[in-house]
Write a protein that binds this ligand. Structure first.
Ligand code: S3P
Length: 433
């Protein structure tokens, strides 16, 4: 449990933990490669630890020495049948990506996670995998995990995905590693492209053309060194905290700013935010920069269309930011928020509403109005129900710093899913005032 009260400003420099999406993929692709993959900057959040646990149970040796993870890959056909159910914890990325891999093995597996994970839709991967000839079923016939996957040889397909989801795209591409020809996926808007970038660096032939990418099954993948950049989805909480808290100026070092992830920077710019990108560079095949963020006077905006996949995980904290902007903000085309770790449209509306914000939910987003003439306080502290959703807990920690009274986050430990150490780093920035 955490109690948060208003602060007078955030100051200092920080480094956020490694990117969650990239950390998962480094373990997975390293396991399927020949030789050792070394990973620096790996995120030791609960989700990525679930991925490590699953691959260890399929016979992969994964060690940690000092700050580096060593994955001793056994090649595309080196995994073994696990002796027990693979526990995917809270992690949708682990579940959907590993399903693509397991569908093409010569053994059977069962995957299951926590209550939130086991209520998230898996039909979106069962459909394309079944088209490839995979034998994947929802054990309780709910369209959700637990999933039974009976490994077999797979057929190459073209899949027109109805959702812009990197998890779906990656699942199909990973199954494509085991298919009898070229497998391609077209998505309605481009989702994060870490799978394509990293699989290419491991030696796979992947061609991307607008929203379609095509994989030719490789003979082998080769172990690599991966430098994991800081996670922009974690940096987002500090970006918004500094923008909305008076007297703030912070620098966040080493943040991944891949275009397919950095939609929040574009939205902040549209809202009039004072953010400067410093030392823009490329590290380990991903664009990276340091971000200098200062308190800003913000205006409302419209967030819609193709940018949504590039900021899908940041929408809760963007909705919070909108409460501090002049005028109206409309967020739409974000129906996917309803099937994340919680129904993030419902939970944000409930909690921001309880804090006094003028927010209404729509089927696929929110409409947020600034309170008349920027009344102070914008928000009032209250008890927050975050449904064990890590990003909701962190969003309301930031809200609490700018609310009158106490904001109480009961399940605050759930931040460990993506950001162990979040509260300590946050406190360090306000103790420096
Ligand atoms: C992820 C993709 C996104 C994102 C999730 C991580 C990934 O999910 O929300 O946190 O690593 O591929 P969808 O693919 O379901 O949009």
């Amino acid at each position: 449990m955490k109690k948060i009260t208003r602060i007078t400003g955030l100051k200092g420099t920080l480094r956020v933990p490694g990117d969650k999406s990239i950390s998962h993929r480094a373990i997975m692709f390293g396991s399927l490669a020949e030789g050792t993959t070394t990973i620096h900057g790996f995120l030791k959040g609960a989700d990525c630890l679930s991925t490590i646990d699953c691959f260890r149970k399929t016979g992969i040796s994964i060690e940690e020495k000092e700050d580096t993870i060593y994955v001793h890959g056994k090649g595309l056909h080196g995994l073994h049948k696990p002796e027990e159910t693979l526990d995917v914890g809270n992690s949708g990325t682990t579940t959907r990506l590993i399903s693509g891999i397991l569908a093409g093995q010569n053994f059977d597996t069962v995957l299951s996670g926590d209550a939130s994970l086991n209520s998230r839709p898996m039909g979106r991967i069962m459909k394309p995998l079944s088209m490839m000839g995979a034998d994947i079923t929802s054990i309780h016939d709910t369209g959700c995990a637990p999933l039974s996957i009976k490994g077999r040889s797979l057929n190459a397909i073209h899949y027109d995905s109805p959702v812009a989801s990197a998890q779906v795209k990656s699942c199909v591409l990973l199954a494509g590693l085991y298919a009898n020809g070229k497998t391609s996926v077209t998505e309605p808007a481009l989702s994060r492209d870490h799978t394509e970038r990293m699989l290419r660096s491991f030696g796979a032939n992947i061609v991307s053309d607008k929203n379609t990418c095509t994989i030719t099954p490789p003979e082998t993948l080769h172990g690599q060194h991966i430098e994991v950049p800081g996670d922009i989805s974690s940096a987002a909480f500090f970006i918004v905290a500094a923008l909305i808290t008076p007297n703030s100026e912070i620098t966040i070092n080493n943040v991944g700013i891949n275009d397919t992830r950095a939609g929040i920077l574009k939205v902040c710019q549209d809202m009039g935010a004072d953010i400067t990108l410093l030392n823009a560079r490329e590290e380990g095949g991903e664009p990276v920069a340091d971000l200098l963020v200062k308190t800003s006077s913000l205006r409302g905006t419209i967030v819609e269309g193709d940018i949504i996949p590039a900021l899908i995980d940041e929408l809760p904290v963007i909705a919070l930011m909108a409460c501090f902007a002049k005028g109206q903000t409309i967020i739409k085309d974000a129906h996917e928020l309803r099937v994340k770790e919680s129904d993030r449209i419902a939970i944000m509306t409930e909690n921001l509403g309880a804090m006094g914000a003028d927010i209404i939910d729509t089927e696929d987003g929110f409409i947020i109005n600034s309170r008349s003439n920027n009344t102070i306080p914008v928000l009032y502290g209250t008890n927050i129900n975050c449904s064990m959703d890590h990003r909701i807990a962190m969003t309301f920690a930031v809200a609490g710093l700018n609310a009158d009274g106490e904001t109480i986050i009961t399940d605050s430990d759930c931040v460990d899913v993506s950001y162990p150490g979040f509260f300590t780093q946050l406190e360090q920035l306000f103790s420096q005032n």
